[in-house]
Design a binder for this molecule. Structure first.
Ligand SMILES: Cc1cc2nc3c(=O)[nH]c(=O)nc-3n(C[C@H](O)[C@H](O)[C@H](O)COP(=O)(O)OP(=O)(O)OC[C@H]3O[C@@H](n4cnc5c(N)ncnc54)[C@H](O)[C@@H]3O)c2cc1C
Length: 467
């Protein structure tokens, strides 16, 4: 090599070092942001990205200090974060481990997203039985919240889980199911990463099918009877939700998807990454313009007459990017309340009074049905219930955050009077006494946690706030 070439090689080598170290710094950032809401930023010690179960077990021997576990970090109140701790990011644990198309089961590593599973099973015409309305979440984050969707005839995700593998605080890899380490199974599902790192899960699947949408507009007072007497009795229903319109909360748009043999009007098998411009303008107007909210029912009703026939996998897989808009002084958040079916009308009345008094910018309230399920220790659906999912704009100013704490705490008081509960993956606005009333099994949960994690290695904001 001559002198000139040596100089070029040297510059190239230096550039590589700078690039690699900046990539490392980007990966090992000390500030951790929440994936969807971008509200919580904190100082952390390190963020690690294990590539295999064995590497993760070794890491567990080496790392010191509190540990939090991250999937896609779309939970909104620091559930995947711990100050000055280590974040175990699961995104590289994302392989399909086993697939049985005939037996309709799949075993996956839990850093994988629902979307990746959908892409894998769709060619076999199979579907996930239960997931959220959006498909970008990690399976691990979904198991640890025990999520639900708009599926009729199902309860939460745990109903579709056969078994899990989990690395507990001492680094052991354990299998847990309804028959093996069942205390761990019940605590880890819906356990917000406080029992260990779920690294693998076996899920049961169902047939993909063609579905047709029908929308009906009705007064909210008639809606819950219609839901229980008509929709829940019809075995051809796949998805259902009701949208309760702000600012009056009187009218519900009931949207039901029935199995059909009709010709597809949407031939795509899965959703694209970005929503249409029309969809984004709709969200933007709903967010900012009070006059649009009042006209929204008429606008949507006039657009709902066209028949829509698509695949179940298509309707199951909305993308979060379709929802996101550029944000600066505000963001959009969710809160959710679970009310026994027979008390829903009373809840709507109480909610209307609270929301109209505090006047937050509510963009939508989606109502979904969930079957009772008591399998998890921190169960949120011990009775058959309706979930009220409130989607709202949150301004980042202090007084706006304070106002939100006000109306969300009042809603939880109303929920508790009506024997309901609230959801834990969102902003942790509830008071400690409210959490304990809504989740009376928290003590049993603590007992199992201390059994598997006596030194409390796994922590997050939820643990610190309420246990
Ligand atoms: C736009 C939007 C729509 C939503 N819609 C729904 C809905 O329809 N239904 C519903 O039920 N929820 C819904 N949610 C809530 C969402 O399901 C949860 O926040 C879910 O946890 C997000 O998954 P994630 O991968 O981002 O989890 P993360 O936020 O990364 O993690 C959630 C919790 O799980 C823990 N965790 C993550 N991975 C593991 C693991 N491998 N082992 C052990 N613990 C782990 C974390 O520590 C944390 O406590 C919605 C949220 C958003 C932002």
């Amino acid at each position: 090599m001559n002198g000139k070439n040596k100089k070029i090689a040297c510059i190239f080598f230096m550039m590589q070092i700078v690039f690699l170290s900046s990539a490392r710094n980007r990966d090992k950032t000390v500030i951790s942001n929440q994936g969807f809401s971008s509200l919580n930023s904190i100082q952390i010690k390190d963020r690690v990205f294990p590539r295999s179960v064995e590497e993760l077990q070794l890491l567990m021997q080496k790392i010191e200090g509190p540990i939090a576990i991250a999937g896609m970090q779309c939970s909104m109140g620091g559930q995947s974060m711990v100050k000055n701790g280590i974040i175990i990011d699961t995104k590289n644990l994302a392989h399909i481990v086993n697939f049985d198309a005939v037996g309709k089961t799949i075993t996956v590593q839990t850093g994988i997203s629902w979307r990746s599973i959908q892409e894998y099973i769709d060619p076999y015409n199979l579907s996930l039985k239960v997931m959220q309305s959006y498909c970008d979440f990690s399976v691990g984050g979904s198991l640890s919240v025990n999520v639900h969707g708009r599926y009729v005839g199902y309860g939460p995700l745990i109903e579709t889980v056969q078994s899990i593998k989990i690395i507990v605080a001492d680094g052991q890899l354990l299998t847990a199911s309804r028959t093996q380490n069942s205390d761990l199974f019940k605590a880890a599902l819906g356990g917000y990463g406080l029992l260990g790192i779920i690294v693998e899960v076996t899920l049961s699947l169902t047939e993909n099918c063609k579905i047709e949408n029908k929308k009906i507009y009705m007064n909210v007072d008639s809606y819950f009877e219609y839901l229980s007497k008509i929709i829940l009795q019809d075995t051809s229903v796949v998805f259902h939700n009701g949208d309760l319109y702000p600012p009056y909360y009187n009218t519900v748009m009931s949207s039901t998807w029935y199995k059909t043999d009709k010709k597809l009007t949407i031939t795509d098998r899965l959703q694209n990454l970005n929503g249409s411009i029309r969809q984004k303008i709709g969200i933007s107007l709903a967010r900012r313009a009070a006059w649009f909210k009042k006209m929204r029912i008429n606008y949507e009703a006039s657009n709902s007459s066209e028949p829509i026939v698509c695949w179940r996998n298509y309707e199951a897989g909305y993308r979060i990017s379709q929802l996101k808009l550029p944000e600066s002084f505000s963001t959009t958040l969710l809160q959710e309340y679970f009310i026994p079916l027979e008390n829903c009308i009373e809840f709507v009345k109480a909610m209307r009074v609270i929301l109209q008094a505090h006047n937050p910018n509510i963009l939508n309230i989606s109502i979904r049905h969930v079957k009772a399920n008591n399998e998890t220790l921190l169960s949120w659906s011990s009775k058959e219930c309706c979930a009220f999912v409130i989607y709202y704009e949150q301004f980042k100013k202090q007084n706006s955050l304070k106002n939100t704490i006000g109306w969300t705490q009042k809603l939880i008081d109303a929920v508790l009077i009506l024997n309901g509960t609230y959801y834990l993956p969102y902003q942790l606005n509830a008071r400690k006494d409210q959490f304990r009333a809504a989740y009376p099994t928290y003590k049993k949960f603590e007992e199992i946690k201390f059994l598997y994690d006596p030194k409390v290695r796994f922590q997050n904001y939820l643990w610190q706030a309420y246990f």
